[in-house]
Design a protein around this ligand. Structure first.
Ligand SMILES: Cc1ncc(COP(=O)(O)O)c(C=O)c1O
Length: 371
């Protein structure tokens, strides 16, 4: 098995079988000149809401837009606090800041890497206006516990489901448990567009109406603006790509789960590798399969030298990013998230991975630990 190259992600392999259907879909968009919003976006919204089992879905420009518009529609603004976790992509906190509110971080559970409900309860203040659990790597946060605490304090929960398309918690799909679910369709996601795109899912008619207006310059009717909004619409081209790929998402997620199971089996005999833990009530979507190892950066380099491309999600937790130095949070503030930032290593994961590639990656990882 020497000489094998395993990329971290292979989008080409994913798109190759779809080429003819994609060309046909693009032709339809061109024929209809339906480029910004329009009927193809509306069709995808219906399909995606059905997939998430919510009443509504709204196509927007990106996952970042989805988070920001949800918070805006909930009235989050200056002087408010929004609670989230420090081990996420920067966008989760950015959306809070761009609303004028302050991100308040709580540490994560060391097994699932999602929000620790006990710490959440302790962080709620009179200024708390919303809570954003992040369904990291494709695994949903402990939503019953989080929703119970939120309900007790009257706070809405916005799910950051940007990595969790099709993930489930006690049989309920990501995006359908909070007041809003925010999705990213960045190309590398489990459901990826051909550029930037995102969606908000919700059961709430009021939130749906507000976000519809906010994403389209605050206009209910063309050139009549009732509030100050923004341009955060989804493109027609992205919508047809997403509609096509949505039909294959359940199978693609099942393939990811099978790959995760094989990684688990192959790595089980190496005590120096901490494998991902899927909580018993969760259906994991394995957007990312991340293990924890000591001396992670060196292991990453050694893996690359053996032809295996790995990644790090994320090297610096958000509270220690330079952009958030003004919060005054020091190293040691969130020990679990900080340890994860040092130790997590994301292994290649995409539906088209072949068993022999997974075997090669697992063997390479074990060898790298002994090197
Ligand atoms: C957890 C999380 N939140 C938010 C985002 C932001 O999504 P986007 O890149 O589509 O703006 C991403 C994706 O990059 C993400 O992984």
């Amino acid at each position: 098995m020497t000489g094998m190259q395993v990329p971290f992600l292979d989008l080409h392999a994913h798109h190759q079988p779809l080429m003819a259907d994609l060309a046909d879909a693009f032709r339809q968009v061109i024929e209809a000149s339906a480029f910004a919003g329009g009927p193809f976006v509306a069709r995808f919204e219906t399909e995606f809401a059905a997939f998430c089992r919510t009443r509504h879905a709204l196509g927007v420009g990106s996952g970042t837009d989805a988070l920001w518009l949800s918070l805006l529609a909930l009235g989050v603004g200056q002087g408010d606090e929004v609670i989230t976790v420090p081990n996420s992509f920067m966008a989760t906190a950015e959306a809070i800041s761009v609303c004028g509110a302050r991100p308040v971080f709580v540490d994560i559970d060391e097994h699932t890497y999602t929000m620790d409900p006990v710490q959440l309860a302790a962080a709620i203040t009179a200024r708390t206006r919303a809570i954003i659990p992040v369904h990291l790597f494709g695994q949903m946060a402990d939503m019953d516990a989080i929703l119970a605490i939120a309900r007790q304090h009257g706070n809405p929960v916005v799910e950051d489901a940007c990595q969790a398309h099709g993930a489930e918690y006690k049989g309920r799909r990501a995006g359908g448990l909070g007041v809003a679910g925010c999705f990213s369709f960045y190309p590398g996601k489990n459901l990826g567009a051909f550029g930037e795109a995102g969606a908000v899912t919700t059961d709430e008619p009021e939130l749906w109406t507000k976000i519809q207006s906010l994403r389209d310059h605050g206009q209910a009717r063309k050139y009549f603006h009732s509030v100050v909004g923004w341009n955060a619409r989804m493109d027609g081209i992205q919508a047809v790509v997403l509609s096509l790929k949505l039909r294959r998402l359940a199978d693609a997620n099942a393939a990811r789960r099978a790959h995760a199971q094989l990684y688990d089996q192959l790595l089980a005999d190496e005590p120096r590798i901490i494998r991902p833990v899927a909580a018993a009530h969760n259906l994991h979507a394995y957007h990312i399969y991340a293990v924890r190892v000591q001396d992670r950066d060196r292991v990453l380099e050694r893996m690359a030298a053996r032809g295996v491309n790995c990644a790090i999600h994320y090297p610096v937790p958000i509270h220690l990013q330079q952009a958030y130095a003004f919060l005054g949070l020091q190293p040691g503030s969130f020990p679990v998230a900080e340890r994860c930032a040092r130790e997590l290593l994301s292994l290649p994961m995409y539906p088209e991975l072949r068993p022999e590639q997974i075997e090669f990656v697992a063997q390479a990882l074990k060898q790298c630990l002994h090197q």
